[in-house]
Design a protein around this ligand. Sequence first.
Ligand SMILES: [Zn+2]
Length: 448
Amino acid sequence: MTIKDVLDYIDENADNIVRDIKRLVQIPSIAAQNEGLFEAAQLVRTMLVRSGVEARLNPTKGAPVLTAQRDVGAKRTLLFYDHYDVQPAEPLHEWESSPFDLEERDGRIYGRGVADNKGDIVSRIWVLRAFQKTNTPLPVNVNFLIEGEEEISSPHLPDFLQTQTDFLKADGGIWEFGSTTPDATQEAWLGLKGILYVQLEVDLLSHDAHSSTACILPAAPYQLVWALNSLKDQEEQIQIEGFYDDVKPLTKAEKKAIDKVDLREEQKLEYYGIEGFVRGLTGDELKEAYYNAPTCNICGLISGYQGDGSMTVLPAKATAKVDFRLVEEQKPEDILEKLRAHLDSHGFTDVKIAWHEGYPAAKTPVNHRFVEIVKQATQQIFDHEPLIHPTSPGSGPLYLFKDYCPMVSVGVGDHDSRAHAPNESVALETFFKATRRVAVIMDLMGKW
Ligand SMILES: [Zn+2]
């Protein structure tokens, strides 16, 4: 039995595969609301076992982590990272069909999680089933790591993985999501940025005061605004001493890869209703910023009176939430220390860092052999090479995998999938191609 039989089996079982997606979508496993998680994990486990894969539900302090393994003694091992939790479905009235039931319309299936990431889970499990049912020897060993808290920043995954590093050792790994450009070109994402998120607080007076006292009393909102002002200049240069020390320029190979990427500047400007990007960036410089610039961004700023009319008050307290997107090599703990040192040395010892969280960035090298395999498999199934993004501007727990396995993100989603939004969907044609691509990736890895 050959890979051809495996691909045919996937085609012949299209209805059964969609039925499995439906079963999984019908469980509203919303991590933010701690709902349906165990039930969804159990169903995924059943699907794995039915496909000949040993699977375990590992308890954590939150939702269970599913680990599954099929060791066939092959030279290479493929790892899948997925999550069975989904985002809440609100606002419900914007859905054209029930978010927790599957509906097919015009060649697409709609439901919460079909793109992010339940469709991928079912797709990947069915590839194993196809190998099993056609008696085709698996060309690789396969590990699955399927967690249930991805949509709330994977709070319990780092602890869990500390004891499971052997499980992460693989020659290649497929990350949870996939996408296409608006003209349906497949995209492969090789990295995710890191993040440091802080809450800054200034609390100067024992209570709010009459604003006439501003002539003699210190003002918390001003102190906070001055501190924020010191973090970044109007040229977007972050002024924290040593902030850029560990930032490396993009490699030649990365630059070559992004040469092929079109960031669709005109559409973006129109979409956001702006005349230009920061610092007048365009072309290659804009791309470099997109892939390789760390950020300092004010997410929220609160102080004093915001109601109708006037209230003459001198607020006692002011708070801001600030996030820094970090690039590879920048460490959140180091940036946190540098932020504290910056505030102290600029006269802002009274600006407290009241809360923080974060993790570093991670990237798979553009010219890694596994990336080549994903490219070849995409060419074979989709008839074109995928665009290679050295990293996404977004963040995720990829750093946990980085030392053990090169990860690439490709999957069943497309440019119109609307993950996290109402009417989430995937195109059936792309779904089945992406499913067949997983089989071809395994086949190619077997020859590596
Ligand atoms: Zn998501």
